[in-house]
Design a protein around this ligand. Structure first.
Ligand SMILES: [Fe+2]
Ligand SMILES: [Fe+2]
Length: 269
């Protein structure tokens, strides 16, 4: 099973760039085209939030138009730059199959890896939140899945990763979320976005992986205080490859031209 994981497209109005400089719609188109041309076709695409930059329906609709070019199914969860109701109105049904107690939570069952999508949105806040209602829903889904290998997919990483987006903004309810995750060793990975960096960290008996933004990479400060800034990075995404022997291998993909491929034999000069 192969999963393409894209994150944080921050789509703005048609013909504009995010913060006046980042060509995010163009980057998303490049990622879509790159995914469609992978030699091994992904089974599905996960988009871990911040679909829009400014919450509104025009941006979400434009994102949906770009994502419609994907030749495989895609699913998404909202981020802190999204409005939950707008995401549901624009993507509900296919890309967000269900809404539970008002939250965009759902389970994708028909693959070797079971995928649980969680809504970590805390409206009006940059950080994440996992309230008792969402926690109970997750507990029920994990219990229903038994020992099946499982991925959890949400916008906000539930731990501090040494950047302001996690360490300052925080995640309300992360402790209870972590206790639940720790009791299910079949959770292979927790997939997130939000920090605009490609990272992997141990957490509660599993691994939390964050996908990069598709073109606004966080300028690393690593513990230094100060306002966050971004760099215009090449568009990129991750490929998570679930092997038959039960190993999840994650690859970082940059969408740009490389010379090659070349055979592993000496090149004549
Ligand atoms: Fe973001
Ligand atoms: Fe975010």
């Amino acid at each position: 099973m192969l999963i393409a994981h894209i994150s944080d497209p921050h789509i703005t109005e048609r013909g504009t760039k995010a913060y006046g400089i980042a060509p995010m719609a163009e980057n998303l188109m490049l990622c879509v085209d790159h995914i469609n041309h992978q030699k091994m076709r992904p089974d599905l695409v996960l988009l871990s939030g911040d679909v829009t930059n400014d919450f509104n329906v025009n941006q979400a609709t434009y994102a949906r138009e770009i994502l419609a070019a994907l030749e495989v199914p895609y699913y998404l969860v909202p981020g802190n730059h999204d409005c939950r109701d707008v995401i549901w109105d624009v993507f509900g049904g296919a890309a967000c199959p269900s809404r539970q107690d008002g939250f965009i939570n759902y389970v994708i069952e028909d693959h070797p890896l079971r995928i649980i999508a969680l809504d970590s949105l805390h409206p009006g806040q940059s950080g994440g939140k996992f309230c008792p209602v969402r926690l109970q829903w997750l507990a029920d889904q994990l219990a229903a899945g038994g020992e099946r290998p499982t991925l959890i997919f949400l916008h906000h990483p539930p731990l501090k990763l040494g950047v302001p987006e996690t360490d300052v903004c925080g995640f309300i309810g992360a402790e209870a979320f972590g206790e639940l995750v720790q009791s299910y060793p079949n959770i292979q990975r927790v997939l997130c976005g939000h920090i605009h960096l490609d990272t992997h960290s141990q957490w509660r008996g599993t691994t939390v992986s964050t996908a990069p933004s598709i073109g606004m990479g966080l300028d690393l400060s690593l513990g230094q205080s100060g306002a966050s800034e971004f760099l215009l990075t090449p568009p990129g995404y991750m490929l998570h490859h679930w092997l038959p022997q039960g190993v999840l291998v994650s690859h970082s993909i940059q969408v740009r031209s490389f010379e090659g491929p070349f055979a592993f034999v000496p090149v004549e000069t």
